[in-house]
Design a protein around this ligand. Structure first.
Ligand SMILES: [Zn+2]
Length: 59
């Protein structure tokens, strides 16, 4: 039985954004449903780097 190695990606506010398979590579851009921050998550060699994207403030 294979051990699950899914990695949970969380926003800076703690909101769970998604989890990904360790084999995944690339950059995923997602928007946090809680604080509306747009996060670019780059996945390289099973390491996550989250970068908050600069977004225009609405209102
Ligand atoms: Zn957030």
């Amino acid at each position: 039985m294979a051990e699950s190695e899914e990695i949970v990606v969380r926003c800076r506010c703690g909101q769970r954004l998604f989890d990904f398979d360790p084999m995944t590579k690339g950059i995923i851009t997602t928007k946090c449903p809680r604080c509306k921050a747009v996060m670019a998550v780059s996945i390289m060699n099973r390491k996550i780097k989250c970068t908050e994207q600069i977004a225009a403030h609405a209102g």
